[in-house]
Ligand binder design. Structure first.
Ligand SMILES: O=P(O)(O)O[C@@H]1C[C@H](O)[C@@H](CO)O1
Ligand SMILES: Nc1nc2[nH]cnc2c(=O)[nH]1
Length: 312
């Protein structure tokens, strides 16, 4: 049966729903990419609610939503109120854009990000970054909870991301896949200077001031939601990754595509298990707990990095 372009096939107790385009071609959710115009609508909706222009977009990683609580003169907009926005489904990701001032710099925080494992295609996971750009943000700060692959990293340490390995991109999955709109950026953006060197240098100094153990390294993202096998982790280590997570890479690619300056860091929430005899298991509760444990020092750290960017 076909109604309004939606085909419903009954198979016993289950229904398979397929989508067909106007001329009958098969469509998937990936084909319904947001347009420049629809994201302008989203940004215009938010501009009507917020009387200032955010300079910096901040994405709060798992267990790090409280970064947004440090904002002054907060305006919180739940994702379900925002046109064309996805919904947060993960514990530790509240699901709201929070506008306000951090160190007197106007910012917008994503209290809750979108992940591929939630069922969202990568362009949709990264859609808020384009909205931040349309709102006027020139910088992106992306934070994530990650497993430490580098043997020198301890739980609670922070790794400044100097580069990433886009493993999902190796398999042809990229947030920029599909028609390119030049109003966002070029068809073939470079990615060799994705993470701003000056900000890394400044952040190292800030980390020392606030007493945060700091490293600089390479992040990689897998689709999740399962944590990795021992063999996968050994392979990632050999490839040169220092931390592994389930986010950030596609957001950074989207930000660089629209010429935003990027700073990112991983909070090490667990040491990756590369030993078959180890009986421990990584788990999401532990990830959130470590975020909470480092809450105060991370707020202080991010606030000072923001101040540095705002004063430039
Ligand atoms: O949103 P991030 O990348 O900070 O969250 C990581 C990846 C998974 O969502 C979760 C696993 O515990 O933490
Ligand atoms: N993929 C992945 N994501 C994480 N997020 C927090 N810890 C981990 C981890 O060990 N692996």
């Amino acid at each position: 049966m076909t109604t309004n372009g939606v085909k419903v096939n009954g198979h016993g107790n289950t229904q398979n729903i397929e989508y067909f385009g106007d001329n009958g071609q098969h469509k998937t959710e990936d084909d319904n990419r947001s347009t420049y115009e629809s994201l302008v609508q989203t940004a215009d909706f938010l501009k009507r609610l917020v009387p200032f222009k955010p300079e910096i977009g901040i994405i709060c990683g798992s267990g790090m939503g409280s970064l947004a609580d440090a904002l002054r003169d907060k305006i919180e907009v739940p994702y379900e109120r925002i046109p064309h926005f996805p919904r947060s489904t993960v514990k530790g990701h509240a699901g709201a854009l929070v506008f306000g001032y951090l160190a007197d710099v106007p910012v917008v925080c994503m209290k809750g990000r979108f992940h591929y494992y939630e069922g969202y295609p990568l362009w949709k996971c990264s859609l808020p970054v384009r909205v931040m750009k349309l709102l006027g943000a020139s910088h992106l700060i992306a934070t994530n909870a990650a497993g430490g692959l580098n043997p020198n990293y301890r739980v609670g340490d922070v790794m400044l991301v100097k580069d990433h390995i886009n493993l999902m991109g190796f398999a042809g999955n990229n947030p920029l896949q599909g028609p390119n709109d030049e109003r966002f950026g070029p068809r073939f953006p470079p990615m060799n200077q994705a993470y701003d060197r000056d900000l890394i240098t400044a952040a190292k100094k800030v980390a020392q001031e606030v007493g945060l153990p700091i490293h600089e390294g390479v992040y990689t993202c897998l689709g999740g939601p399962n944590f990795e096998t021992v063999s996968e982790l050994r392979m990632l280590k050999m490839l040169g990754a220092d931390t592994v997570g389930m986010s950030t890479v596609h957001e950074v690619i989207t930000a660089r595509h629209c010429d935003m300056t990027v700073f990112a860091f991983s909070l090490i929430t667990n040491e990756c298990i590369t030993d078959y005899d180890c009986q421990e298991n990584p788990n999401h509760e532990e990830v959130i707990d470590v975020g909470k444990m480092r809450e105060e020092v991370l707020k202080n750290f991010v606030q000072r990095v923001v101040k540095h960017i705002g004063g430039k």
